[in-house]
Design a binder for this molecule. Structure first.
Ligand SMILES: Cc1cc2nc3c(=O)[nH]c(=O)nc-3n(C[C@H](O)[C@H](O)[C@H](O)COP(=O)(O)OP(=O)(O)OC[C@H]3O[C@@H](n4cnc5c(N)ncnc54)[C@H](O)[C@@H]3O)c2cc1C
Ligand SMILES: NC(=O)c1ccc[n+]([C@@H]2O[C@H](COP(=O)([O-])OP(=O)(O)OC[C@H]3O[C@@H](n4cnc5c(N)ncnc54)[C@H](O)[C@@H]3O)[C@@H](O)[C@H]2O)c1
Length: 449
């Protein structure tokens, strides 16, 4: 006998949680299905533990740079204790109870679609009017000869580790690589960062990569650009990585930040009418619809693999199911890498604007030369802001920022880009003195549009 629901949410990471919460609040009969932990990758192995362990390092820098305070040092044992509290000691029983209390049926196990509206979990057969796929993504480890001999970590081992390694090789110079290098270097680990691109954070404007390179080098990270791991082997206690140029690096662990793949394998999505893209992602329309009464949200769609996007798509899909559809818009969504200082961006890069045939004008501001806040905040102040405008339409189309709290003040640009606010209106804004926000005024004034 099968059990029937209005909606079955398959995967309870941040995307699934938001969709389920909205549907339950609207009185729907919802089944939530999770094979590991309710909260998903983000809550236990990604965003939450990484931001928790990066914070002491950031606070230490703040104390070192602020005039008139001294004495701050990081402490791994107490950082780890707070991290374990933040990841609930990998226990989601309170979450399961919470969903049950809201009226959901919580089903544990690996789900598979067996046809439109039909799901199998172990020996349970479930039918649902609507199914939401929110199964996320998993770390990709490139094929490297000899990898089975070495101690290889992904984000999972890195952000749940009890002990810190003495030496780490990190492969991949994008968000995971840069954040992990920042965290480990600030806790005294000797870090070598191997990146095959010619600059870090290669999807952002080149200036961002340059600035990050300088800050990481200053933090003691040995950065190897244009390098790729060709082979690996064990030498006693050491994990050895051999680069394509023949050079070798020894470490206690090798950490992979080499991208993620949508979790769609074996899910039976085609049986339910979904189409998959070339990287195995579920293809969706502007309402997060994958097929009739089948929806997909979050990393499994590969639209923008961020928690805030998974949550946004959760709202979009739930609203469509509840009969109040609104199209998703992906312009101007913030992208923050929580390094020290923070790196933030929103909208297009100069290269992307060129590819779209937009006549774009860019400007860059060194905050210390333009505004007061960096000086009241720290000695030897840090901070840059880049803006990109469409010269024809006189609106902001892109922004990047590297500096303290950049992940907070990038939202001004995000709103301006999403709402397509005319530069004239932006120039008439008044930011509190002295804040980092004032940088927008100064940058907009020097923007020649
Ligand atoms: C190290 C790291 C740090 C990150 N930091 C940030 C950050 O600071 N900010 C940010 O916005 N993003 C961050 N991200 C990205 C963020 O983790 C993801 O974008 C986010 O987790 C996606 O949410 P999701 O709901 O799509 O999937 P997930 O969080 O991956 O959750 C999917 C859930 O589905 C379950 N599942 C999968 N298959 C099945 C099945 N067949 N049956 C039942 N259940 C299933 C899984 O067990 C999992 O619980 C980070 C990523 C990494 C790796
Ligand atoms: N703060 C945040 O929002 C945050 C933090 C961490 C991760 N994330 C998200 O998690 C996802 C995964 O991040 P990521 O950094 O692992 O992936 P990514 O796909 O962004 O970058 C992977 C990098 O690894 C490099 N690479 C791949 N294979 C390599 C090899 N063999 N040798 C050397 N370099 C190699 C690639 O060139 C690329 O630069 C991303 O989508 C990211 O947005 C977000």
């Amino acid at each position: 006998m099968s059990e029937h629901f209005d909606v079955a949410v398959l995967g309870m990471g941040p995307g699934g949680e938001v969709a389920a919460g909205r549907l339950l609040a609207a009185g729907k009969n919802v089944a939530v299905i999770e094979r590991e932990l309710i909260g998903g990758e983000c809550a236990y192995w990604a965003c939450i533990p990484s931001k928790t362990v990066l914070r002491p390092a950031e606070a230490r820098t703040e104390v070192h740079k602020a005039a008139g305070v001294s004495g701050a040092e990081v402490d791994w044992a107490s950082t780890r204790e707070y991290r374990d509290y933040m990841i609930r000691d990998l226990d989601d029983s309170a979450q399961a109870e919470g969903y049950t209390a809201q009226g959901a049926t919580v089903i544990r196990g690996e789900a598979r679609l067996t046809g439109p509206g039909r799901i199998q979990v172990g020996d349970r057969e479930i039918t649902a009017e609507h199914i939401i796929i929110a199964t996320g993504s998993e770390a990709v480890i490139p094929p490297i000869e000899g990898i089975e001999e070495i101690t290889a970590w992904t984000n999972r081992e890195t952000y749940t580790t009890h002990d810190l390694p003495r030496r780490a090789v990190i492969i991949g110079g994008s968000a995971v690589g840069v954040e992990t290098a920042t965290f480990l270097a600030r806790f005294g680990v000797q870090v070598t960062l191997i990146h095959r691109g010619d600059r870090l954070l290669g999807r952002e404007d080149p200036r961002v990569g340059e600035l990050v390179h300088d800050y990481l080098t200053e933090a003691g990270v040995d950065i190897r650009l244009g390098a790729s791991a060709a082979k690996a082997h064990r030498n006693g206690a050491d994990s050895m990585v051999i680069l394509e140029d023949g050079s070798e690096v020894a470490a206690d662990v090798v950490i992979f930040g080499t991208g993620r793949a949508p979790r769609t394998q074996g899910l039976g999505l085609e049986a339910a009418g979904a189409r998959l893209g070339e990287h195995g992602e579920v293809l969706i329309d502007e309402h997060a619809r994958a097929a009739d009464n089948l929806w997909a949200i979050g990393d499994v769609t590969a639209v923008m693999p961020f928690t805030h996007v998974a949550k946004y798509q959760g709202r979009i899909a739930a609203d469509a199911i509840l009969g109040r559809p609104r199209p998703a818009g992906y312009e101007g969504i913030p992208r923050v890498v929580f390094a020290d200082p923070e790196i933030a961006a929103a909208g297009l890069t100069t290269e992307q604007a060129q590819q779209r045939g937009i006549r774009a004008i860019a400007t860059e501001l060194d905050l210390a030369q333009a505004i007061a806040r960096p000086w009241t905040y720290e000695q030897d102040p840090r901070g840059h802001l880049g803006l990109l405008a469409d010269a024809e339409r006189a609106v902001l189309i892109g922004a990047w920022a590297v500096g303290p709290q950049a992940g907070e003040w990038i939202h001004h640009a995000s709103l301006a880009i999403r709402a397509q606010l005319p530069l004239e209106i932006l120039r008439d804004q008044i930011a509190q003195f002295p804040t980092y926000h004032e940088a927008y005024q100064a940058a907009l004034e020097q923007l020649e549009v």
